[in-house]
Design a protein around this ligand. Structure first.
Ligand SMILES: Cc1cc2nc3c(=O)[nH]c(=O)nc-3n(C[C@H](O)[C@H](O)[C@H](O)COP(=O)(O)OP(=O)(O)OC[C@H]3O[C@@H](n4cnc5c(N)ncnc54)[C@H](O)[C@@H]3O)c2cc1C
Ligand SMILES: NC(=O)c1ccc[n+]([C@@H]2O[C@H](COP(=O)([O-])OP(=O)(O)OC[C@H]3O[C@@H](n4cnc5c(N)ncnc54)[C@H](OP(=O)(O)O)[C@@H]3O)[C@@H](O)[C@H]2O)c1
Length: 495
């Protein structure tokens, strides 16, 4: 491992769901001397921490890449150092809005050794509490270094000079007592990236949009800053996008905004029928913003006097801490929307002592568990099977890239209905194997029939024209979820 070195110290970047399960899996191996989890927020919880108010600067520039919007901070020349607090936007606040509930059945969202307090779909504070408690449950809370941002990750020669590498982390902790940033470095044998990918908002580049934003300050926002429909009372609102955020935001706005709420869609969501729900009017993609304030659509129609445009166009991963120069290659390819030289969405071909948990759009928490266990086992050097040779890993990446380009699908999206998710999890099952006879190491959980049934049949959004087959409709009335009478295409489309 790691060019022959034994891994004794591991750093985890991020204390969301991915960081929580990674810490637990590493601890369970009982071979690492040091496990540290660095989290830039004041507590564990990741995406699920609720920020009541967010800065409007979080909008970002239309068409800008995360590396343009979220560049690295300048690292102090000499460390340790105590410096004035950073003022650069780091996008650390979350996009959780008041009425947000989970949209993945809790059996698939929870880790295998502890369930959510209730489900199948729960308000946002439930996963937040769950993640924080999960650190306590496994006594991994002592690994946490909070209010601490990893600002740089650089490859360094192993101290023993045995030809392998370690990782030097440059860390910045905000100290409220001194109102100062404390900077220092720590070196680890291995690093796991668990820093999430829903922080930096993305807005498409549309003709005239930059000028529109300048001319009408505050009129264009991103769903990252949306908290409640109350803020848009009696306004004429245009929502862009119809994925999970676009759907929730438009539906909630119907209760307060001027009707109809306009929704610009590029493609059809699986839960949509042939016409919008009451109070919403569909429009195609925006083609241009005019200086008069008029908004033109691709079908030649237009809207005047719009008070707010809410871009619900998602997020892009950002890795400002990755020092591409010192590490010899970038980590992320903005153009291709994928990791550079990765394998199985978890490993890195050129860095056996680096891993990533949480990136693929698939089962979330439960699939993070498989990734974390496999990485912990491999770092502990107890995996029953090695990863395939590098040539095979490279062939996997090349083949997937071609196939995804052909199918116009994202590299790190993993499909459920064609068995791809099963095959992906099976890989981790093989590399992890069992723990030891004396109890060290976690074992990957089975993908039970109960869980598969929940994923196939329980939906937060009621697809248009779908019958509810629920015999427990009392609950589904309260939480507005549905048991499908018939299975739908793309059943993991809710994530
Ligand atoms: C609005 C919204 C709703 C969602 N709803 C669902 C849902 O219903 N069900 C579901 O399964 N999934 C949902 N998701 C996906 C959700 O992101 C995952 O469920 C999961 O929480 C991701 O966990 P994570 O640990 O990978 O990332 P995150 O939760 O983002 O955690 C990453 C952590 O890393 C920290 N971090 C980042 N960079 C650094 C750094 N340089 N140094 C130190 N710390 C750093 C962040 O502060 C954060 O705490 C939703 C996402 C969004 C945006
Ligand atoms: N728990 C919940 O209920 C909940 C709520 C919100 C978000 N989430 C999660 O948060 C993550 C992000 O979701 P998200 O909805 O914010 O982002 P998203 O899933 O990435 O969706 C982005 C949306 O923007 C659309 N879009 C992009 N460019 C457009 C353009 N020029 N014109 C019109 N539409 C355009 C996309 O259309 P195409 O489909 O054509 O690409 C898509 O509908 C997901 O994992 C989601 O499940 C969950």
């Amino acid at each position: 491992m790691g060019g022959g070195n034994q891994i004794k110290s591991v750093a985890v970047i991020g204390a969301g769901a991915a960081g929580a399960i990674t810490a637990a899996a590493l601890k369970a191996e009982e071979v690492f001397d040091v496990i540290r989890v660095f989290e830039r927020r004041e507590s564990a919880g990741g995406t699920w921490i609720y920020d009541a108010a967010v800065q409007p600067s979080l909008l970002g520039r239309p068409g800008a890449t995360p590396s343009e919007l979220d560049p690295p901070l300048e690292i102090p020349k000499s460390l340790p150092a105590v410096l004035p607090p950073n003022k650069q936007e780091r996008f650390s606040q979350t996009p959780i809005y008041d009425v947000l509930t989970t949209n993945v059945p809790e059996i698939a969202m929870s880790f295998s050794d502890c369930r959510f307090a209730y489900g199948p779909f729960a308000p946002h504070h439930i996963p937040r509490q769950y993640i924080e408690n999960y650190f306590a449950l496994h006594k991994t809370d002592t690994f946490l270094e909070l209010n601490t941002t990893v600002e740089d990750v650089s490859k360094v020669e192993h101290a023993s000079n045995n030809g392998s590498n370690q990782w030097k982390l440059t860390l910045r902790k905000y100290d409220a007592l001194q109102n100062a940033d404390l900077w220092w470095e720590e070196t680890f044998d291995a690093v796991v990236l668990a820093n999430g990918h829903y922080s930096v908002p993305t807005i498409p580049n549309v003709k005239g949009l930059n000028e529109y934003i300048e001319k009408f300050p505050g009129r264009v926002v991103h769903s990252k800053t949306y908290r409640s429909a109350k803020s848009y009372k009696s306004q004429r609102v245009l929502v862009i996008g119809n994925s999970a955020s676009g759907t929730d935001v438009s539906r909630e706005l119907v209760s307060t905004a001027q009707l109809p709420v306009y929704q610009s869609r590029r493609s059809k969501a699986w839960w949509e029928g042939d016409s919008p729900s009451k109070g919403i009017e569909w429009r195609p993609v925006v083609s241009e913003y005019l200086p008069s304030g008029r908004i033109l659509f691709e079908d030649g129609t237009y809207l005047d006097d719009i008070d707010t445009v809410i871009y619900c166009t998602g997020y892009k991963p950002s890795y400002p801490f990755w020092d591409a120069k010192k590490n010899g290659q970038p980590l992320w390819d903005d153009k291709k929307g994928k990791l550079v030289k990765s394998y199985w969405h978890t490993f890195f071909q050129d860095f056996p002592n680096l891993g990533i948990v949480g990136l693929p759009r698939v089962l979330t928490f439960r699939s993070f568990e498989y990734q974390a266990i496999a990485l912990a086992r491999i770092f502990a050097n107890r995996n029953p099977f090695p990863l395939p040779p590098l040539a095979e890993q490279q062939a996997w990446e090349d083949e997937r890239e071609k196939e995804r380009a052909r199918e116009h699908r994202k590299f790190h999206d993993i499909t459920w209905e064609n068995g791809e998710t099963h095959e992906w999890l099976q890989g981790f099952f093989k590399w992890s194997g069992l723990g030891t006879l004396t109890g060290q190491g976690r074992t990957p959980p089975p993908l039970t029939k109960e869980m598969v049934w929940a994923i196939d049949n329980l939906k937060k959004y009621k697809p248009e024209g779908e019958e509810d087959a629920s015999d427990i409709s009392d609950f589904s009335e309260i939480y507005e979820w549905i048991v499908l009478a018939h299975r739908k295409r793309d059943v993991l489309g809710f994530i």
